[in-house]
Design a protein around this ligand. Sequence first.
Ligand SMILES: [Fe+2]
Length: 252
Amino acid sequence: MVDLHSHILPGVDDGSRSFEESIEVAVAAVRDGTTIMAATPHVRDDYPTDVETMERLVSELNEILRQRRIDLQILGGAEIAIPSLLILNDDELHRLGLAGNPRYLLVEFPYLSWPFGLENEIWNFGQRGITIVLAHPERNPHIQEDPTLIEPLVEAGALVQLTAASVDGRLGRVCRKTARELIGAGHAHVIASDAHWPGLRRAGTSSAAAALHNPELARWLTHDVPAAIVDDLPIPARPRGRSRARRRLFRI
Ligand SMILES: [Fe+2]
């Protein structure tokens, strides 16, 4: 599996606090079946991770994992807050591309407020050949209240990343229900761990994949789409599901 959202880099945000913790996250991810992980430290007011630090830590962590024979490849990236997205320069945006691909940016969906104007920004970035990947919108109360609010953002060109812990219920029933509705409506494209440190949100996406009870769709969300982003290939078509009436993504 390919995990496109993690806070595995040490000492830059609310994720891992040391290389030892980063290694613990990496070991857990490998045990769970992850082979590639994008490091996506926060880039926002309280954690203004700079590009050089991200790049340096990615190469240092890869070297440590290689020395310890831990079979996980770390790629670069960032989880960029909307206000930061609008002030980063072109070189920074290029180097903060998701999984090292400058044609994708992971953007943190607000936890409380509604992101007015985001639809226009998604469209504007699309005009520049950059696809915005929205990080965990299922955790936003407005989306929880009305999941169809995501539609104009997806129609403007965004992809949607759900957090594995939302999909499998670790973040509670509301997040699980919202994630299920977004998947059922075809408005979700990626499931990622958003792993922080060993005590906060475990690494891996296998339990979310299992919770879908649809192996083909689970593979598309946890491997096929993220791998296409890593390899800069076209996003593969979503597997054709069963009819809506028969579709049972979750055991109720
Ligand atoms: Fe995150």
